[in-house]
Design a protein around this ligand. Structure first.
Ligand SMILES: Nc1ncnc2c1ncn2[C@@H]1O[C@H](COP(=O)(O)O)[C@@H](O)[C@H]1O
Length: 197
């Protein structure tokens, strides 16, 4: 039996970016997840949009787990005000833990680290290591170049049209939250799929 999405990993920037809309979106996502009773999983930092999403979720009474590798504790200013902070040995174990703890993934504006996390979670899905929902939240069209890159991979014959459907593009945070509210948790993730990561 499938249940509602109970936890969402949010990938986003460790900076605020150039538009106020980015920070507003991060705050609105944090508050919206908390109000929906959805556990926020994120990178554990206090800085940039990462800190904004976590602060807003905590302020709205939500449950927040931050997962940070020990070498980034200082650089990303580990957030000490969240529900649970997990310190991992490496970047790889951080991403693996975020993957296993989350029922779905939401990608908010961010930089190279966000791109890395987004592409990894999409490619793991392409490899059928999971079937969890992935939403790109295209706040103020920040993701247009990344979406164009995904589309180009299909038109150039490097990815199938089916693979392109593994990720949903949402125009803003309210539509992403509505989508998550209507989604069921996938039951296909197993210990063996994690063992292949
Ligand atoms: N190479 C990376 N792999 C995974 N995650 C990374 C990488 N570089 C940075 N990160 C993390 O991603 C978020 C956001 O980074 P932005 O570059 O600000 O988008 C942050 O937690 C980084 O530690």
């Amino acid at each position: 039996m499938s249940a509602r999405i109970a936890s969402v990993a949010v990938f986003c920037g460790s900076r605020f970016g150039s538009l106020p809309a980015y920070r507003e979106a991060a705050e609105s996502m944090g508050a919206g997840l908390a109000q929906a009773g959805i556990h926020l999983i994120y990178g554990g930092g206090y800085v940039g949009l990462m800190g904004a999403v976590a602060d807003a979720a905590i302020e709205a009474g939500g449950k927040v787990t931050g997962i940070i590798p020990e070498f980034l504790e200082a650089r990303e200013v580990m957030h000490r005000g969240i529900t649970e902070l997990v310190v991992t040995k490496s970047m790889h174990t951080r991403k693996q833990r975020m993957f296993t703890d989350a029922d779905a993934f939401a990608i908010l504006p961010g930089g190279f680290g966000t791109f890395d996390e987004m592409m990894e979670i999409i490619t793991w899905k392409q490899l059928q290591l999971h079937s969890k929902p992935i939403l790109i939240v295209n706040v103020a069209n920040w993701a247009d170049p990344a979406i164009a890159m995904l589309d180009a991979a299909v038109s150039q014959g490097f990815a199938s049209p089916e693979a392109r459907m593994l990720v949903k593009i949402m125009p803003d945070v309210p539509s992403a939250l509505a989508e998550l509210a209507g989604m069921k948790r996938s039951s296909r993730e197993t210990a063996s799929s994690v063992a292949h990561l």
